[in-house]
Design a protein around this ligand. Structure first.
Ligand SMILES: Nc1ncnc2c1ncn2[C@@H]1O[C@H](COP(=O)(O)OS(=O)(=O)O)[C@@H](OP(=O)(O)O)[C@H]1O
Length: 283
């Protein structure tokens, strides 16, 4: 384990947020018991984690009559210690997840989002939430992001390695921008993957409760209890759900930053088959 001396801790090549990190738990993660009906949401941070948690909670809520509570838990390995639930959520790279997840019975839903938006909202988040994070400029933060020196490590490695190892898992890839464009269709695909059938009324209710506007005012979905535990200064910086839009990077990145990002993206993601949506107006 490498101590970076900042707010990050590198464990087996992956950067974790130092605060609250349970290293013993991580050491034993490989042996974490996986059950056939477990469902894992896997994301790089800021890619639609909370939204997909909300969706899964709602989908299962209809079945079990009880909403899962695990939305309120945070790091070190978000939500992974939430037994007796069978719904989990984590940012782990493929090589750190419990080996039982490769039984191909348990299900993995990998959510991804265009990395410019990820980087920009991560920048906002780093100012708002991560207490030990240095107050960087976006220029500085972009460098950290492109070097993978943030919680979650390198975005490029995360998505590429999950995709490259997809045959080891029972996995469904879903794009944040597709969820934005057509949530009903995205939910239907998830249900098909989970082997669930929702009648029209229930599907309607799930989708309605998972809209940005609804979640913004849902204390559980909007991390309100965590927000309320923050110092007042931080609370003033606004709620966890900020904008939830596609293409907000255009409001933050300069032309030069964008060109530099594109150049690196093209090199790193050469031949990567999944497509990205960068801006809703460009379709
Ligand atoms: N319902 C719904 N619709 C659209 N967008 C939504 C929704 N719920 C969450 N979000 C947006 O997801 C962004 C947070 O990403 P994560 O949940 O992955 O963050 S985290 O990694 O768990 O910290 C964050 O994006 P920004 O608002 O753009 O900052 C959330 O607003």
């Amino acid at each position: 384990m490498e101590d970076t001396g900042r707010h990050l801790l590198k464990f087996k090549g992956y950067y974790f947020k130092r605060v609250g990190l349970d290293v013993d738990f991580l050491e034993n993660l490989d042996d974490f018991e996986i059950r056939d009906d477990d469902v894992f949401i896997i994301t790089y941070p800021k890619s639609g984690t909370i939204w997909s948690q909300q969706l899964l909670s709602l989908i299962y809520f209809e079945e079990h009559g009880k909403r899962t509570e695990n939305l309120e838990t945070v790091d070190p390995v978000p939500f992974l210690d939430a037994r007796p639930s069978h719904l989990f959520s984590t940012h782990l790279p493929h090589y750190l997840v419990p080996r039982g997840l490769k039984n191909k019975k348990a299900k993995v839903i990998y959510i991804y989002r265009n990395p410019k938006d990820v980087m920009c909202l991560y920048f906002h988040f780093s100012h708002k939430w991560a207490e030990n994070e240095a107050k960087t400029t976006i220029e500085e933060f972009m460098e950290l992001f492109l070097e993978g020196k943030v919680t979650g490590s390198l975005w490029f490695d995360h998505i590429k390695s999950w995709y490259e190892h997809r045959s080891h898992f029972n996995i469904h890839f879903m794009m944040y921008e597709d969820m934005k464009k057509d949530l009903i269709n995205s939910v239907l695909k998830v249900c098909r993957f989970l082997g669930k059938e929702l009648n029209e009324e229930v599907l309607d209710a799930v989708v309605r409760q998972a809209t940005f506007q609804n979640m913004k005012y849902d204390p559980l979905a909007n991390y309100e209890s965590i927000l309320n535990s923050q110092p007042e200064g931080k609370r003033k910086e606004g709620p966890f759900l900020r904008k939830g839009t596609i293409g907000d990077w255009k409001n933050h990145m300069t032309v030069e930053q964008n060109e530099r990002f594109d150049k690196i993206f093209q090199i790193k993601m050469k031949d990567f088959p999944l497509e990205f949506i960068w801006d809703i107006n460009e379709e």
